[in-house]
Design a protein around this ligand. Structure first.
Ligand SMILES: Cc1ncc(C[n+]2csc(CCOP(=O)(O)OP(=O)(O)O)c2C)c(N)n1
Ligand SMILES: [Mg+2]
Length: 387
């Protein structure tokens, strides 16, 4: 046998002799899919097949996402919300992907709120969710969607949901949005492995927004890209420019078709979180102004506006009027959320079990007794976080 010449192995793998050859990161070259370049140029033949109304729709939803984040941060600053995680900078990544999903698809999100509105969830319920009020989540569930706050916890659920959908022959998929940080959780490995091994209709949409709170993506992993992680689990992957809404739409639309055919897919969307992780975070402590300015230049709405102008669609879009409509929708939603009735503190025992297990039943009774005996304790209980 000559050196390094591959021969057929009885186990059906090729073997090689001579110097041991290691697989390296460099064996893999991962491209980033793009339709519209940062300078706004594009090849007209490569534009995804959407009609004018859909192109305009994408803009409206991206603007909705931006306005919603701005308003939520503002009301938090006024003391009307506990905390909030802004999505400014990630609008193309969020909208381009969610636009491909169908109402029966299950959607479990990380940092992405507008996809819920796209499915019919009222803004009021999202405000309530961020105030810690459970009722908000009831309407999420009615629209086949939920938010995972515990990082990565939703990934095995989505793999399981997809398995169930497959077994019952549903014409739909299960989708998980996750962050760069979530790819380091044990749950991500279990879920992606499970989905890859069982070929369930699960789509993993990873928004690499360069940070997991203060930990940069480079510090997060030794892998060159997040997309390549999926390959180890036998799952196909694509990396896409998350500032380019058309590229995201196209990549995820193709991914969804594959997933529907029982080929799970992992998508890495390369984007940036322009604001703080949440309103409780101070990003100036871990990233430079130069870096933020560079990404400000990669604004996804601006890039998409260049495209719309070139296509002659911008003249039909009244940006100011759309923004005013979204603001009015937010005002109405806030008013409704503010009108929500004050909660009973006993409710900490509600919502998880249809029938309270004996232990919790006992605690619930003790708690009620205590409050009856010492009503002054109410002074120390902060009810729902209106402020
Ligand atoms: C299991 C768990 N550990 C820690 C946290 C605290 N935490 C909240 S968000 C976050 C970082 C998430 O980063 P990433 O997955 O990149 O999502 P992003 O917030 O950037 O969208 C952490 C550690 C949590 N919510 N859940
Ligand atoms: Mg992140």
């Amino acid at each position: 046998m000559s050196e390094n010449e591959p021969t057929e192995h009885p186990a059906n793998a090729t073997v090689s002799a001579g110097e041991p050859r290691f697989l390296t990161q460099d064996d893999l070259s991962v491209d980033t899919h793009q339709v519209v370049a940062p300078d706004g140029s594009y090849d007209a033949d490569e534009v995804p097949d959407l009609d004018d109304e859909q192109f305009q729709d994408l803009y409206r939803w991206m603007l909705t996402d931006r306005v919603f984040s701005k308003r939520m941060v503002n009301i938090q600053r006024r003391g009307e919300l506990g905390t909030f995680g802004s999505t400014r900078g990630q609008e193309a990544s969020i909208i381009g992907s969610a636009y491909t999903l169908q109402p029966d698809d299950w959607l479990y999100v990380g940092r992405a709120w507008t996809p819920m509105f796209m499915r019919g969830v009222p803004m009021k319920d999202m405000i309530m969710f961020w105030r810690g009020i459970e009722e908000g989540q009831q309407s999420f569930a009615e629209h086949n969607c939920q938010i995972a706050i515990s990082i990565g916890s939703h990934l095995p659920l989505v793999a399981g949901l997809a398995w169930g959908m497959d077994l019952s022959g549903d014409d739909a998929i299960a989708t998980a949005y996750l962050g760069d940080g979530a790819t380091s959780t044990g749950a991500a490995h279990e879920a992606i492995n499970f989905a890859g091994a069982l070929e369930v209709p699960a789509l993993f949409y990873c928004q690499n927004n360069q940070y997991a709170i203060s930990l940069s993506a480079e510090e997060q992993t030794g892998a060159n890209t997040l997309a390549q992680k999926a390959l180890a689990y036998g799952m196909d992957a694509i990396r896409v420019d998350g500032q380019d809404v058309l590229a995201v739409y196209e990549a995820v639309n193709e991914a969804r078709k594959r997933v529907r055919n029982g080929e799970p897919v992992f998508v890495e969307s390369v984007t940036y979180r322009m604001d703080a992780h949440t309103t409780s975070d101070d990003p100036t402590r871990y990233r430079s102004d130069e870096e933020v300015d560079a990404w400000e230049d990669a604004d996804p709405l601006e890039r998409y506006r260049e495209f719309l102008r070139a296509e002659g669609l911008w003249d039909d879009i009244d940006h100011d009027a759309i923004e005013a409509e979204i603001d009015a929708e937010f005002d109405a939603a806030l008013e409704e959320a503010n009108a929500f009735e004050e909660r009973g503190v006993e409710e900490i025992f509600a919502h998880v079990y249809a029938e309270l297990p004996p232990d919790l039943q006992r605690q619930s009774e003790e708690f009620s007794d205590l409050l009856e005996r010492r009503p002054e304790l109410y002074d120390y209980i902060e009810q729902r976080p209106k402020g």
